[in-house]
Design a protein around this ligand. Structure first.
Ligand code: TXA
Ligand code: MG
Length: 335
């Protein structure tokens, strides 16, 4: 997937930020660092600019974008927040939480893919916050990868995937969290729904709201319900992948050496060129941070199959397992 990159990479000096905010105000695209994954940003109020995002990513127009804001005033401008949304914003913003609310007319239809709702997030990454402030506009940004592929967590990942389609990448270092934001649907504040698990956990949301958060409906065709990040195969490497509840230490020795085995923690009883792990001590924050980098590295054609082991526990484990499940395209198998 490595493209010849002609994109310029910026370090984020004051001059860089001045230039990039001018580009954004002029209707251009800039790839930006966030604490979750890198995004491909455009002025959210400029439909023509947002159309360029869909073209660069080859993203289908029915997949709506997340709008990133710098201030609470911008939330009021874009959406109709309710008390539940204000509570969550107060507690978790700036941070890895996206809130779905009824949208106002100012949001172009292309941003919300024609839906009557809009997804809003106030990110925490300091460089992105500076850029948002300088630009003075809300910025629509999906993950900065070709549609359906693994999300990028470094400027290099962005350049590998989109480097011949975009001209400007702001490098803010590796993403600190490494998986996309939690998405919660608050259109009905009395029946909140978790559309995508992330670093802000369902339990934390329930504690702040004092209500149960439901999981998404399992419909296949209802476009208004299904959020496209929820397609069964998404965030996918090209190498066929399998998700296991547990990998027994003897499984790799029985399989061909062209198959890769990825554990959450460093395994004690198995080693080799085809054995990998996400975090030495099995810490979930480290595993989430490295997940997409490992997926991309193992997807270079070396292996005929990638085996993953599920993360144990709740919280961030739900987010990791959700991405592993989508990478593999189905539920875990026993082995
Ligand atoms: O962490 C993140 O959320 C990153 C960074 C860049 O902020 N963004 C991101 O965007 O992951 P991405 O590529 O997943 O696309 C946004 C997703 C859509 O695929 C859809 O699932 C959901 O957000 N979404 C956006 N607007 C929505 C809406 N009105 N209703 C339901 N889901 C929506
Ligand atoms: Mg994406």
């Amino acid at each position: 997937m490595t493209a010849q990159s002609s994109a310029r990479i910026y370090r984020g000096t004051p001059r860089d930020l001045a230039r990039l905010s001018r580009i954004l105000r002029g209707g251009g695209l800039v790839a930006v660092p966030t604490e979750t994954v890198y995004g491909l940003a455009a002025n959210a109020l400029d439909a023509a600019a947002c159309r360029k995002i869909f073209r660069a990513k080859r993203r289908p127009s029915h997949d709506p974008l997340i709008v990133h804001i710098h201030s609470s005033a911008q939330l009021e401008m874009l959406a109709e927040p309710n008390d539940a949304a204000r509570k969550l914003a107060q507690k978790f913003w700036p941070g890895p939480l996206t809130i779905i609310l009824p949208k106002r007319a100012i949001v172009p239809a292309i941003v919300s893919a024609g839906l009557s709702s809009v997804a809003v997030r106030m990110p925490r990454h300091p460089l992105f916050r500076k850029l948002l402030e300088r630009t003075g506009m809300p910025l629509a940004a999906p993950s900065a990868n070709l549609f359906g592929y693994v999300s990028p967590t470094s400027a290099e990942h962005v350049a590998n995937g989109l480097g011949n389609k975009i001209a400007h990448i702001l490098d803010g270092g590796p993403s600190a969290i490494g998986v996309e934001s939690t998405i919660v649907d608050l259109r009905d504040p009395h029946a909140p729904r978790l559309l995508r698990p992330g670093a802000v956990t369902r339990r934390e949301l329930e504690r702040v709201l004092g209500t149960r958060i439901r999981l998404p409906r399992k419909t296949r065709n209802d476009r208004a319900q299904i959020s496209p990040g929820r397609l069964p195969r998404h965030y996918s490497p090209r190498t066929p992948s399998v998700l296991h509840e547990r990998i027994s230490p003897s499984a790799p020795t029985r399989a061909p050496a062209t198959e890769a085995w990825v554990f959450i923690a460093k395994p004690r009883d198995v080693s080799g060129q085809n054995i990998f792990w996400l975090d030495d001590r099995g810490q979930l924050s480290g595993a989430a941070r490295r997940l997409f980098d490992v997926l991309r590295k193992l997807d270079d054609g070396r292996f005929t199959r990638i085996h993953f082991e599920r993360a144990q526990g709740g919280g961030l484990a739900d987010a990791i397992n959700d991405r592993l499940k989508r990478a593999a395209g189905k539920e875990p198998s026993k082995r």
